[in-house]
Ligand binder design. Structure first.
Ligand code: CU
Length: 159
């Protein structure tokens, strides 16, 4: 009986967030990289293409961009490749944490405003307000894609 109760307690504690397909820790928490932006405040559009290359790499073009603190940007993303790709914007440590979760749950759906997953040929956008200056990252966290080259850098310059 004692063991049975203990097993139930462990089951109750075991990662309900992961089991339901959500990301550990990301929800409701204010993100260092900024906030979903207001379309009316967009001052710049950044076009990013995701694709594979003939020599087996996967990449973002451009893989580097620069914005200013408090700027609202439209990131217009096109998947010009042959497979699904995603664009996840975050602080580097959050990207790496999220990458690990994706390795365990590769089909996990994203409902986060800082990310978008696109099938081959699809386009989408993220409207984002960068509230903190510093260095941030974007990446595709589908297993193997980061290693194939799908990551980039965003510099948010202080005003
Ligand atoms: Cu990808």
């Amino acid at each position: 009986m004692k063991n049975y109760v203990l097993a139930l307690a462990i089951a109750a504690l075991a990662t309900p967030a992961l089991a339901s397909g959500n990301h550990a820790g990301g929800h409701g928490e204010k993100m260092a990289v900024g906030d979903p932006g207001d379309k009316a405040k967009v001052t710049q559009t950044i076009r990013v293409t995701m694709k594979e290359t003939d020599d087996g790499k996967m990449l973002f073009q451009p893989a580097v961009f620069k914005v200013r603190k408090d700027q609202t940007v439209k990131i217009s993303i096109k998947n010009a490749g042959q497979s699904d790709h995603e664009f996840v914007l975050d602080r580097e440590d959050k990207i790496m944490e999220h990458k690990k979760v994706m390795e365990n749950f590769p089909e996990m759906e994203h409902a986060d405003p800082n990310s978008i997953r696109l099938a081959a040929g699809e386009s989408g956008e993220i409207i984002w307000t960068f509230t903190t200056d510093g260095e941030f990252k974007f990446a595709c966290l589908i297993p193997g894609h980061f290693e194939a080259g799908m990551h980039g850098d965003v510099t948010v310059a202080a005003k």
